[in-house]
Design a protein around this ligand. Structure first.
Ligand SMILES: CC(C)(COP(=O)(O)OP(=O)(O)OC[C@H]1O[C@@H](n2cnc3c(N)ncnc32)[C@H](O)[C@@H]1OP(=O)(O)O)[C@@H](O)C(=O)NCCC(=O)NCCS
Length: 153
């Protein structure tokens, strides 16, 4: 769907249920709405959405890790109709710029080893596969743990 009127902004409390709707439509084993709310309340400065004509069409929600200044991307999705036009890249760029300004040193994420599209996107942003996490998902599939060290080009 062609539309150049996209707004990227920080997520707000009233966005939780709409972010959950995008999550639900995007993953076979989605996070629940309560969990999305908890992720948001824990680190609102690490949660972002993409809006088109007042509707949330994509998001990236992040959180802290046990180690200070290490961020964790917990979920990222763009609604199917809006994929393949650079929005995933834009929200990831927005997130990485934000955590760079906040002084984060690295960011990690987990991705299904079969999700080649997402892996390619992360590799373009210099995320490197760190390790494989066996049976990470509910259906028994494995994930890669990918890590990006900030200030690395
Ligand atoms: C992953 C996701 C967020 C990407 O969003 P998007 O808006 O489609 O991504 P973009 O249009 O910005 O594309 C960015 C890059 O992704 C990769 N990509 C996008 N579409 C692709 C396709 N059909 N085939 C292969 N790679 C693709 C490419 O590297 C692309 O860069 P390029 O356009 O220079 O080739 C989106 O596909 C999605 O929501 N998927 C379902 C949820 C999901 O899997 N999330 C990731 C969980 S770890």
């Amino acid at each position: 769907m062609e539309n150049t009127n996209y707004l990227l902004r920080h997520m707000m409390e009233e966005d939780i249920s709409k972010v959950y709707e995008v999550e639900r439509k995007s993953f076979p084993f989605p996070f629940g709405e309560v969990l999305i709310g908890n992720i948001f309340y824990a680190a609102p400065e690490l949660c972002f959405i993409i809006e088109s004509e007042g509707n949330i069409i994509g998001f990236l929600i992040g959180g802290y890790t046990a180690i200070p200044k290490r961020a964790h991307i917990l979920s990222i999705a763009v609604l199917e109709d809006f994929r393949g036009q650079g929005l995933g890249r834009r929200i990831l760029t927005y997130f990485l710029n934000s955590i760079g300004k906040l002084g984060y040193l690295s960011v990690k994420l987990e991705v299904n080893i079969d999700n080649h599209k997402a892996i390619k996107l992360y590799e373009e942003f210099n995320f490197k596969i760190d390790s494989k996490i066996r049976k990470y998902y509910q259906d028994g599939t494995d994930a890669y743990l990918m890590i990006r060290v900030e200030n690395e080009k």
